[in-house]
Design a protein around this ligand. Sequence first.
Ligand code: B12
Ligand code: SF4
Ligand code: SF4
Length: 230
Amino acid sequence: MAGALQIGALEAALAANGLCLRGWVFPDAEAAPELAAGGAASAIALIGHEGGAFWRVFVAWHQTRAGAADPLDTWSKAVIAPLALRAGGEAVFPSDRPWHPFQKWAMAAGGLKPSPLGILIDPVFGLWHGYRGAILFGEAPLGVPRGMSADDVPIHRCDACVGKPCLTACPVDAFSPDGLAVSRCRAHLKTEAGQNGCMISGCMARDACPVGREHRYSDAQIRFHMTAYS
Ligand code: B12
Ligand code: SF4
Ligand code: SF4
């Protein structure tokens, strides 16, 4: 049952934190996540960020909590969990195990597809977007759109990408059709070249993509994510 917080108000509260509702998923019974309160979710609101919109809000929060472990995950929980409660749902997070299939949800919610790098590509924001949480509802709140019309299904930008520069930009050739060779990438990041390259200016493969470049994260945000990943 939906709580007091209506969807429009939820969207406004997320926007105040640089976050947004990235879409809705209505899972089949066999793929429906279980609710802590019992039963299974019939609707999932996917929450994320488009570009680095949340960064300034997060940095202001972090300045008052120096030394917090996993600060971005902690901030995401501090923002999203109370909103989920007020909306009558349960919050789940991409960093919590067992991992919920956030990328599968994003594909179902927004028609996104994986880039050759594994990260999903958005037609507008390119590779510069991510997910900060989701709200599971036992019963879909009123007024939730039940799906995309054929006109809303985005064109997959990678299909039309000539040369696919993302695949040739990595200095250690860490991407193959099998995916990212994580250990090769991480080994490079420990070298002097990696410390002065990808660790400072970000993953060169991600940076080579021409889609949504105006939404590229700030240098500070990129360094934060690289440090967390390496
Ligand atoms: C484990 C993990 C990793 C592992 C990947 C290990 C591996 N080879 O699978 C490591 C630590 C290497 C990793 C790295 C990164 N990750 Co990661 N990762 C995850 C995590 C926590 C779980 C993935 C998973 O297994 N899910 C379980 C399955 C059941 O879910 P699924 O949706 O069906 O799974 C899909 C993904 O696993 C995907 N996939 C498979 N192999 C790989 C490899 C990579 C590198 C990625 C990104 C995805 C991916 O395909 C699956 C089928 O659709 C997710 C969050 C989440 N809960 O999903 C983030 C997530 C996939 N990661 C994400 C990101 C952004 C990254 C980084 C770019 C982080 C950064 N530095 O900014 C790097 C990539 C580094 C690079 N050089 O490209 C984002 C992707 C957003 C998007 N636009 O698609 C997610 C969703 C987290 C988030 N908060 O948004 N990641
Ligand atoms: S460079 Fe081309 S193929 Fe690679 S992620 Fe961007 S659009 Fe897709
Ligand atoms: S971070 Fe650097 S080494 Fe790792 S995959 Fe990206 S370009 Fe390659």
